[in-house]
Structures are given as C-alpha cells and as structure tokens.
Design a protein around this ligand. Structure first.
Ligand code: HEC
Ligand code: HEC
Length: 264
C-alpha cells in the first residue's frame, strides 16, 4: 500500500517534470522562431530601405519608422560629438544645425544628405564635397582690418539685424567689388551656392557664430570646416537610415523654416 503510493507519487512527479520540460522546450522553440522571425523581418526592411530610391524611402511610413529607430543611437554614437545630442549644431567646430531647413549642400533631400554622409566635406575622400572654401581675407592681406569690419556691418544688414549704415555701405561695395569677390561664391543675391557649400548670408543662420566677432574671424582667418566621410565606417544601410532620419527631423511640421523664406 505504502510502496504503491510512493511509486505512484514518483511517477506523477516524473510525468510532471516531463511535462514541464516539454513546455519549456516548446517555449524555447517558440522564442527562437520569434527571434528568427524578427531577424528575417529586420533583414527584409534593411533590404527595402536600401533598394528604395533615397527620396522614396522618406515617403514610406514603415521605412521611416525603421530608419529612425536604427539611426537615433547611431547619431548619438557617431555624430552628436560635433552636431550636438539635440542635432542643433556646434559653432565651435562649425557643425550645422541639422533640424532646420537651411542646407549648405543641395536642398535637404535624402539624396543630398546621404551623399554628404557617405563622402563627407573636405574629408580627403576622393568623392568628398570639396569645391572651395572660405578664403582667409585678413590673414592673406586681401582686406584690411577696417575693411573687414565694414563687411561685417554689411553682413549684419543682410541678415536683418541692427547695423551701422555708413560702414555697411562700404562693406556692400567690398562685397560686390573685385578685391574680395564675395559674389563669386555667395552669389550676387548673397543667398549662397549649394554646389559650393557657400552659405546663404541672408537668413541669419551661422554655423561658425553670427556675432560680430565670429563674423570677423570667418573673414579674417577663413574657414575650412571638415565633415568626416562615413563610407567604410558605417554600412550603406546605416547611412541611408541616418539620411532618412535627418530628412524626417528637418521636415517635421514644427521644424524651423529658413528665416527669410526660400529653399525648403
Ligand atoms: C568631426 C565633427 C563632425 C562629425 C563627427 C560629424 N559631422 Fe557632420 N558636419 C561637420 C561639419 C563641420 C559640417 C559642415 C561642413 C561645412 O561647413 O562645409 C558638417 C556637415 C554635415 C551635413 C551637411 C549639412 C548641410 O547643411 O548641407 C550633414 C548632413 C552632416 N554633417 C551629417 C552628419 C552625420 C549624419 C554624422 C554622423 C554619422 C556627422 N555629420 C558627423 C562636422 C561633423
Ligand atoms: C572662394 C569662395 C568664397 C568666397 C570668395 C567667399 N566665401 Fe564666404 N564661404 C565660402 C564657403 C565655402 C564657406 C563655408 C565654410 C567653409 O569654407 O568651411 C564660407 C563661409 C562664410 C562665412 C561663415 C558663415 C557661417 O555660417 O558661419 C561668412 C560670414 C562668409 N563666408 C562671408 C563671406 C564674405 C563677406 C565674402 C567676401 C568678403 C566671402 N565670404 C567670400 C566660400 C567663399
């Protein structure tokens, strides 16, 4: 009697533990299948993101959601040191605010942004954006100290801030004169040239600082701002994700439009 009970309880325990094992095995297999599913799903989205035309990807909500999730941590890891954790740039290194609609290169399409990330700007990479840079007018003795101060006043006028009219008038003459030839790169309307990466001087957006001293320094020492190339460091898919992310951020309904209207 006693023996049988022991035997019975032992066999129930064995059955129970077998049952538990089976449940655990099923759960594990289920988990593995789910993880595999996720991986396949992810790979499929990665392929779709890369196969799409850059500008098409930004119009597909599924791809945008995927790209933004991919890109956010990458941006914090690789880009935030220069562009800021909030993407709003850093005048100390001349890294632009990436949340607004003011672009040095192109018009802010995914295609333009992607190319900049791939090859960089003056990065040394053979396909880098590198047509020209801001000359050192003071250091090279092209403009005198007083002339540079006059041009700074004209820049204040151009960007709709308080300025000294007489000095600005002199500065204006220098802007259009052959001595400095600012129009050559920044245009006769001072709206810049997005093939050269010469900034629009009318919208009061300054990557190296817009106070009179910073403007003076830009003119005196020139600028030779460098954006590293990411091809080879990041995968093509990661670069596409970053480009879609930056497009999305800068085209969000609340994103700041250019101060004086214009390129979007
Ligand atoms: C070492 C500093 C540095 C790092 C790191 C860096 N950038 Fe830049 N980036 C710059 C500078 C400086 C410029 C502006 C160059 C110029 O004025 O010509 C720039 C320009 C850009 C532009 C062009 C903006 C425009 O107006 O056309 C984009 C897009 C950009 N960076 C994205 C990124 C992304 C994405 C990363 C990370 C993968 C990154 N940057 C990492 C310094 C950096
Ligand atoms: C040869 C082409 C070229 C000429 C000429 C030129 N610039 Fe520039 N300028 C640039 C480029 C390109 C940049 C972008 C920064 C860089 O070179 O890294 C720039 C940047 C600047 C900046 C800094 C803007 C910022 O966002 O901080 C100012 C200010 C400026 N230029 C004003 C002028 C004025 C005024 C003149 C004439 C006295 C002039 N530039 C002549 C190409 C030029």
């Amino acid at each position: 009697m006693l023996d049988r009970r022991i035997v019975h309880s032992m066999s129930t325990r064995r059955t129970r533990s077998r049952w538990l094992l089976a449940v655990a095995a099923i759960a594990l297999a289920g988990g593995a299948i789910a993880a595999g599913d996720l991986r396949v799903h992810r790979e499929r989205l990665e392929r779709r993101l890369l196969a799409a035309w850059p500008d098409e990807a930004a119009a597909d909500p599924v791809l945008v959601r995927f790209a933004v999730a991919e890109a956010r941590p990458l941006f914090q890891r690789d880009c935030a040191a220069c562009h800021g954790a909030d993407l709003r740039g850093n005048t100390a290194v001349g890294a632009p605010d990436l949340t607004d609609r003011v672009w040095l290169y192109g018009t802010g399409r995914v295609f333009d942004i992607e190319r900049t990330i791939l090859y960089g700007i003056r990065s040394g990479e053979s396909k880098a954006r590198n047509v020209t840079d801001m000359p050192a007018f003071g250091l090279r003795g092209v403009l005198t100290d007083a002339q540079i101060r006059d041009v700074v006043q004209y820049l204040l006028e151009l960007s709709h801030r308080p300025y000294e009219p007489e000095a600005a008038e002199q500065g204006r003459a220098l802007y259009y004169g052959t001595q400095a030839d600012c129009t050559d790169c920044h245009g006769s309307d001072a709206r810049g040239d997005s093939d050269y990466g010469a900034p629009d001087l009318t919208v009061n957006v300054w990557d190296s600082g817009g106070d009179p001293q910073s403007l003076y320094d830009s003119l005196y020492f020139g600028r030779h701002r460098i954006m590293p190339a990411w091809l080879g460091t990041l995968s093509l898919e990661q670069i596409r994700a970053l480009a879609v992310y930056l497009y999305t951020v800068s085209h969000a309904p609340g994103a700041a439009p250019p101060a004086a209207g214009g390129a979007g």
